[in-house]
Write a protein that binds this ligand. Structure first.
Ligand SMILES: Cc1ncc(COP(=O)(O)O)c(C=O)c1O
Length: 454
C-alpha cells in the first residue's frame, strides 16, 4: 500500500504549477465542458492524508462501521435468496414503487406530504443534482448558491457550464434579502437565473441551519421571482436534539424540488437517493435519468427497502446521532481549548461539519501542505466557492474519526496555525498566488470533486 501512496513531498510537488510534458493526444477533442475537469492538487494531498498517521478532518464520510452489519448481511442474503432474479435485474427508470412509498414515509418526518408517483429514485442525491441541472440549465444560465456551497453541486454546475453566483449567508444560512438582490442584478445583466440551490439543514460545509422564518423568506423570494428552489436535504434526520426541521418543501409543492438521500442515514455505498418534484418536472427527470443511467440499481433499492421494512432504522439513526454528537462535542471542546485567539467556528446542531475561519487573514489553502506535513488534514474554504473566496476558512468534518483522534487532530492543527501566524508576523502574508490558482480557481471549469470532499 505504502509504495503506491505518494509521499508528502510528491504531493507538495504537485501543488506547484507545472507545464506537463506528457501530452494528451485527445486534448483538441474534448468538449468545452471538460475544460478544467482535472484531478485537483488537493486530491493528491488527500491521498497522503488517508495514511493512518494523518488525522483527517477533511472527508465527509459517514461512520458506516456503526451499522448493524450482521443484520444487513442477513437482509442481503435473504433478498438474494428470495428475490434474487428481480434484485439483480434492470428495473424501471423511476425506481421501485415500494421504496418510493417508504421514501414518502421518511419525508413525512420533515413534514412533507407527497405521493410516490412524484418521487424518482437516483443513484445518490448527487445524481439528482445532476438531473435537475441537466433538465433546467443551458450553458451560461445562472445558479444561485450559498456562500459557501456544497462542492459536489458546484462540480455539477460547472460541468453544465452554468454561471454560479454565491449569495451571502449568516448564522441562519442563506440571507433572503441578499438572494433577492442577487436575482435582481443577474436579471439586470440580461442573464437567466434558473435555480436557487440550498442546503437548509446542517449545511455542508457551513454547519448552519435555516430557522423556520428564514426558510419562509427564502421560499417567498423563490416564488416571487419564479425561480425553482432546489432543497438538498441529506442531513435532516441527524439533528442532535432529535428534532427534524420542517422542510421548505413541506410548505410548497409547486416551487421546490426536494432532494433526499440514504447515504447519511443508512449507507453511502449503496448509492440510493431521490428527488421529489412537481409532476411535470418529475416527468422530465425520469426521461433524463433513463438517458443517463437507464435505471437506478435494483439491488441497492431493494436492499434499502428491505432494511427499512425489517430493521429498527429510526433507532439506528438515533445511534448515529449520538455518535456524531459526541464527535461534534470533541471537536468544539478541543477548538475551545487549543485554537489560537481570533479563530472562529460555527456550532452545528446536527450533521457532519463546522466551518472554521482563521485569524490574521491566514490563507488556509496555502497552509494545507504544512498541515498535511504536520499530520492533520482539512478542506480549504476555497473549495466551496467558484470565485476564489473562502481563503481564510476551512471545513472540518467530525463524522469519521474517533473523539480522541479529533482532539489530537485539533491539537496538531492549532500548532500549524500558531506556526503560520508566527511566519506571517515575521515575513508578512503568504503571497504565492500561483499555488492559490492551482487549487482554488474553479471558475474555468470544475476540478472533479473527490469523494474526500463530499
Ligand atoms: C449537501 C449534499 N448533497 C448531496 C450529497 C451527495 O450525497 P449522495 O451520497 O446521496 O449522492 C452530499 C454528500 O456529501 C451532500 O453533502
Amino acid at each position: 500500500m505504502d509504495d503506491v501512496t505518494p509521499s508528502v513531498d510528491d504531493a507538495l510537488a504537485r501543488l506547484r504549477p507545472t507545464h506537463s510534458s506528457r501530452l494528451d493526444p485527445w486534448v483538441e477533442s474534448y468538449a468545452e465542458r471538460a475544460n478544467g475537469m482535472s484531478a485537483s492538487a488537493i486530491r493528491a494531498l488527500f491521498s497522503v492524508a488517508s495514511r493512518p498517521e494523518v488525522v483527517s478532518l477533511a472527508g465527509g464520510m459517514p461512520y458506516v462501521a456503526a451499522l448493524p452489519l450482521d443484520a444487513i448481511a442477513d437482509t442481503v442474503a435473504r433478498l438474494i435468496r428470495e428475490r434474487g432474479a428481480t434484485a439483480l435485474q434492470y428495473c424501471n427508470g423511476q425506481g421501485d414503487e415500494t421504496l418510493r412509498e417508504q421514501i414518502c414515509q421518511v419525508m413525512s418526518l420533515s413534514g412533507i406530504k407527497a405521493h410516490p408517483d412524484d418521487v424518482i429514485v437516483t443513484p445518490g442525491s448527487q445524481m439528482a443534482i445532476d438531473l435537475v441541472t441537466r433538465v433546467f440549465c443551458d450553458p451560461g444560465d445562472v445558479v444561485l448558491v450559498e456562500a459557501p456551497s456544497y462542492v459536489g453541486a458546484l462540480g455539477v454546475f460547472a460541468a453544465y457550464q452554468c454561471e454560479v453566483i454565491h449569495v451571502a449567508t449568516d448564522m441562519d444560512g442563506l440571507v433572503a434579502e441578499a438572494l433577492e438582490e442577487a436575482i435582481a442584478s443577474v436579471r439586470a445583466a440580461g442573464k437567466k437565473p434558473k435555480l436557487i440551490y440550498t442546503v437548509p439543514t446542517f449545511q455542508n460545509p457551513g454547519g448552519v441551519t435555516q430557522p423556520p422564518a428564514r426558510r419562509a423568506e427564502v421560499l417567498e423570494v423563490a416564488k416571487r421571482s419564479g425561480i425553482l428552489l432546489v432543497e438538498d436535504d441529506p442531513y435532516c434526520l441527524l439533528g442532535f436534539d432529535g428534532s427534524v426541521p420542517r422542510a421548505i418543501r413541506a410548505d410548497d409543492a409547486d416551487s421546490v424540488v426536494y432532494l433526499g438521500s440514504f447515504s447519511k442515514t443508512i449507507a453511502s455505498g449503496l448509492r440510493v437517493g431521490w428527488a421529489l418534484a412537481p409532476h411535470g418536472i418529475r416527468e422530465k427527470l425520469v426521461l433524463a435519468a433513463e438517458a443517463a443511467i437507464l435505471c437506478p440499481s435494483n439491488f441497492s433499492q431493494l436492499t434499502v427497502s428491505e432494511y427499512l421494512a425489517t430493521q429498527p432504522w429510526l433507532e439506528q439513526i438515533k445511534a448515529f446521532r449520538e455518535i456524531y454528537q459526541e464527535r461534534r462535542d470533541a471537536l468544539l471542546d478541543a477548538m475551545e481549548l487549543d485554537m489560537p485567539a481570533g479563530t472562529t467556528w460555527t456550532t452545528p446542531a446536527g450533521g457532519f461539519y463546522s466551518w472554521v475561519t482563521l485569524p490574521g487573514d491566514l490563507d488556509a489553502t496555502a497552509m494545507l501542505p504544512r498541515a498535511v506535513a504536520g499530520q492533520v488534514a482539512y478542506v480549504p474554504g476555497t473549495g466551496f466557492f467558484v470565485d476564489g473566496n473562502g481563503r481564510s476558512s476551512m471545513r472540518l468534518s467530525y463524522c469519521f474519526p474517533e473523539p480522541d483522534r479529533i482532539r489530537e487532530g485539533v491539537r496538531r492543527l492549532a500548532g500549524v496555525i500558531e506556526a503560520e501566524l508566527e511566519l506571517v508576523s515575521i515575513f508578512g502574508p503568504h503571497s504565492d498566488r500561483s499555488t492559490q490558482q492551482t487549487i482554488g480557481s474553479r471558475k474555468q471549469g470544475s476540478s472533479t470533486p473527490s469523494p474526500d470532499l463530499a
